[in-house]
Design a protein around this ligand. Structure first.
Ligand code: SF4
Length: 639
C-alpha cells in the first residue's frame, strides 16, 4: 500500500482500479535521504500512458527546465509501462528518463533484463530520484520495505562485481541495476547495467554517478493483474503468432541475435565503415556471425532472454577465460567495420571493457572511429593517444583505448565524454569528423542508403537515435505494413517523398517505450499497432484503439520537443553531420547519393505539423493534442 495518498487513484471508466499499473511511485530525495511513496499521476497516465511518457512528464512538471544534467536538480526516473511484468511478449522494459549530459536534451534510455518486471512485482511503476547523496548509496527495495543503504564498499567496483556483491549480500533473487567506473567518473557515455542489459544511450550512468547512487536492488513476489484474462489470452496468441510468422525475426535474429543484421546492412550499402568514409566493408566476410558461432575452439555462446521474451536476441559470448557478454549488431558494427577492424577477438575485448566499466557501446566505438580518422588526418598524434597507433583496422589499439576510456585513464580522459566533447577540446578541424547529432554519435546505419534514417537520426529528441524509429527496415529492406497504411515499398533514396508514414512509424516505436515492451516486437513490423492496442485494453480494462495509442506517443514526442526547445534546441539542431550532405556514398545501392537534409526536414515537419523554424508542434497542433498549456509556455519564449 502507498503511504502517501496525495493524489487521486487511477480509476478506469466504469469504476474500479485500472489493472496493469501498480499505482505507486517511489520518490527518493537523495540530498535529504527522504523516501516517499505516492500514487501515479492520473493525468500523466491519461496523456502519456506510462514508461518514457511518465518519465518525461516528471521532467516537464517537476524539474526546473534549465537544470544542469549533472546537478542535483536533474530528475532520474526508472519507469515501467502497463505491460511490463505481464506475459506479453518481451514485456521486460523500463524507460530511464533524465536530462542527458551527452546532449543536454531530454534523455530517454531503455533497459530490458528482469529488473522492470521485478519492480512491478514489488508493487511499483516508477522510481524517481532527485538531489545528491553525500556518500555512495544504493536503493534497497524488498516489497514494501524501501531504504537507502551505504554503498561505499561497492564504489570502485565494475558492473558485474557490483551486481555479484549486492546479490551476495541480499540474496540471488534480487534484481540489480548499477553503474561501473564510467558512471562513477561521470563519463557522458556511461550507461546503467542490469544483468548484461543496458540503458545505454545519453549518459544515464553519469547522472546516477553524479547523485552518488551506485545501484538499485529490488525483490518482489507480487504479480501484475490483468483486467480480462480471457481476452488477453486470445490477443496474446495472435501477438505471438505475428512474431513467430516474421521469417527474418524468427529465423536469423532468433538464431544468431542481432549480428544477423550485419550482412544485409552491408548489402544495402548502409553499414558505416571507417567513420562513415565508406558505407560497405570490404572485409565483411570476416565479421559475419557464423565466424563467431562456428569457431567453437575459441568461443562459446549462450542464449539468454529478458523477462517474458521468447525471441531471446541476446547471445552471450565467452572467449577463453573472458566472459565477453552480449554480442549484438551495434557492438559488432561499432568496434568492427566502423573502426575498420575485422577480427572478432578485438571486437569482443572492446565489448568486454565497455560492459564491465559500463558505457555505451555505440558511442564508444563511434568515438574511437573518430579518433582513428583524426589520427590518420594528422589532427591528433601519439601525444594525444598515449603512444597508441590509432589507425583504422588496429584492433589491439582500439581495445586499449576502450579500456582507457572506461577508466578515464591517461588519454582516456580526453575521449571519455564522446567524440563531440573531445573535438571541442582538440579544436581545429576535429569537429568536421564527428558523426553525431546533438552531440550523440550516430549508430550503425548510413542515412545515405535509407532516407528514413536521415529523419530518425536528425530529429530524434535524445540525439542521434537508431530506434526512433529504426525505419530502414521499411525503406532500405523493403517491408510494407498495411496496419499503418504502408501498402507499397518506400523509395529509400527520395528525401522529397511524403513522410506521413514515417511519423506513424516513429510513434509506433515510441509506443513500445510507453507500454514497457521491447522494440524487437516491432522492428520488422511484426506486431501490429492494433494488436498492441488490444493487449493494452485486455490488460488495463481501458478501451483504446491504435490511433489513440499513437496519439499518446505523439504527445510524448511533443513534450520532449517542448522541453528541448526551452533548452535552446530548434530546427538548426535537427541536422546530420555535413559528410552526409557533401560526400556521396561510395558503394552499394546508394552509390553516388548524398542526403538532401532540408527537403527531408521540410517533409517531416509538414507531416508532423511542426513549426518550420522552431521544430516544435504548431500551437494548433498542441491544442489538438490537449496540450495548449505547453504551447502557451513555450511560444512565449522569444527565439
Ligand atoms: S528481443 Fe532481446 S532485448 Fe528484446 S526483450 Fe527479448 S532478449 Fe531482451
Amino acid at each position: 500500500m502507498c503511504t502517501c495518498l496525495s493524489q487521486a487513484s487511477i480509476i478506469m471508466v466504469g469504476g474500479g482500479m485500472m489493472k496493469g499499473y501498480k499505482d505507486c511511485v517511489i520518490n527518493v530525495d537523495l540530498t535529504e535521504g527522504i523516501i516517499t511513496k505516492e500514487k501515479l499521476n492520473p493525468d500523466y497516465i491519461k496523456k502519456y500512458m506510462g514508461g518514457e511518457g511518465y518519465g518525461i512528464a516528471l521532467l516537464w512538471n517537476e524539474m526546473p527546465h534549465d537544470a544542469e544534467p549533472l546537478s542535483p536538480d536533474n530528475i532520474l526516473s526508472f519507469n515501467t509501462g502497463p505491460m511490463t511484468g505481464t506475459p506479453t511478449p518481451s514485456a521486460s522494459r523500463t524507460s530511464v528518463c533524465f536530462i542527458s549530459p551527452l546532449t543536454n536534451t531530454i534523455g530517454a534510455s531503455n533497459v530490458g533484463s528482469h529488473f522492470g518486471a521485478e519492480l512491478k512485482f514489488a508493487g511499483y511503476d516508477t522510481v524517481a530520484f532527485k538531489g545528491k547523496s553525500q556518500k555512495p548509496v544504493y536503493l534497497y527495495i524488498d516489497e514494501q520495505k524501501v531504504e537507502l543503504r551505504d554503498a561505499s564498499k561497492f564504489w570502485g567496483m565494475n558492473t558485474r562485481e557490483t551486481t555479484d556483491a549486492i546479490k551476495e549480500e541480499l540474496g540471488k533473487d534480487f534484481k540489480v541495476c548499477c553503474i561501473g567506473q564510467a558512471g562513477e567518473k561521470l563519463s557522458s557515455l556511461a550507461c546503467i547495467f542490469s544483468d548484461d542489459c543496458f540503458a545505454g544511450r545519453g549518459g544515464a550512468g553519469a547522472v546516477m554517478g553524479s547523485k552518488n547512487l551506485k545501484a538499485i536492488a529490488v525483490r518482489g513476489t507480487g504479480k501484475v493483474e490483468i483486467a480480462d484474462k480471457d481476452a488477453f489470452m486470445a490477443v496474446y496468441k495472435d501477438a505471438y503468432q505475428q512474431l513467430r510468422s516474421e521469417a527474418y525475426t524468427w529465423g536469423p535474429v532468433h538464431g544468431y541475435g542481432t549480428p544477423a543484421w550485419v550482412g544485409g546492412s552491408n548489402d544495402c550499402g548502409i553499414l558505416p565503415t571507417r567513420n562513415f568514409i565508406q558505407n560497405q566493408f570490404e572485409k565483411i566476410e570476416n565479421v559475419l556471425p557464423y565466424q563467431l558461432w562456428n569457431n567453437t575452439d575459441k568461443y562459446s555462446i549462450r542464449r539468454r532472454a529478458c523477462y517474458s521474451c521468447q525471441l531471446g536476441c541476446h547471445k552471450y559470448v565467452v572467449m577463453g577465460d573472458t566472459e565477453v557478454g552480449e554480442m549484438e549488431y551495434e557492438t559488432l558494427a561499432a568496434y568492427g567495420p566502423r573502426c575498420g577492424v575485422d577480427d572478432y577477438e578485438s571486437i569482443c575485448m572492446a565489448g568486454y571493457y565497455t560492459t564491465i566499466y559500463g558505457f555505451d557501446t555505440i558511442s564508444g566505438g563511434a568515438t574511437i572511429s573518430a579518433i582513428m580518422e583524426w589520427y590518420e588526418k594528422g589532427i591528433i598524434n601519439k601525444e594525444h593517444t598515449d603512444g597508441l597507433e590509432m589507425t583504422f583496422g588496429n584492433g589491439p589499439a582500439m581495445v586499449e583505448m576502450t579500456r582507457k576510456m572506461g577508466l578515464r585513464e591517461g588519454c582516456g580522459d580526453l575521449f571519455a565524454d564522446g567524440s563531440y566533447a573531445a573535438a571541442k577540446r582538440i579544436g581545429g578541424k576535429a569537429m568536421d569528423y564527428v558523426m553525431a547529432v546533438k552531440g550523440m554519435e550516430i549508430s550503425a546505419t548510413d542515412p545515405r542508403g535509407a532516407s528514413s534514417m536521415t529523419i530518425a537520426f536528425g530529429t530524434s529528441e535524445r540525439g542521434a537515435c537508431h530506434m526512433r524509429p529504426y525505419a530502414a527496415t521499411i525503406d532500405a529492406f523493403g517491408y510494407v505494413f498495411p496496419d499503418l497504411d504502408i501498402n507499397e515499398p518506400i523509395d529509400p533514396f527520395n528525401d522529397a517523398e511524403d513522410k506521413t508514414w514515417l511519423k506513424a512509424i516513429k510513434e509506433y516505436f515510441v509506443v513500445t517505450n510507453l507500454a514497457g515492451i521491447c522494440d524487437f516486437n516491432v522492428i520488422n513490423v511484426e506486431m501490429k499497432a492494433s494488436t498492441i492496442a488490444e493487449l493494452y485494453t485486455a490488460i488495463t480494462g481501458i478501451e483504446i484503439d491504435k490511433f489513440e495509442l499513437l496519439r499518446r506517443a505523439e504527445r510524448t514526442i511533443a513534450l520532449e520537443r517542448a522541453l528541448n526547445y526551452e533548452r535552446g534546441f530548434t530546427r538548426k539542431d535537427d541536422r546530420l553531420p555535413k559528410r552526409f550532405m557533401t560526400e556521396p556514398a561510395i558503394g552499394g545501392p546508394p552509390k553516388g547519393r548524398v542526403v538532401d537534409m532540408e527537403t527531408a526536414l521540410d517533409k517531416f515537419y509538414e507531416a508532423c505539423s511542426f513549426d518550420m523554424e522552431k521544430g516544435i508542434p504548431t500551437p494548433e497542433k498542441f491544442e489538438e493534442l490537449g496540450m495548449a498549456d505547453v504551447a502557451e509556455q513555450i511560444y512565449s519564449l522569444n527565439y
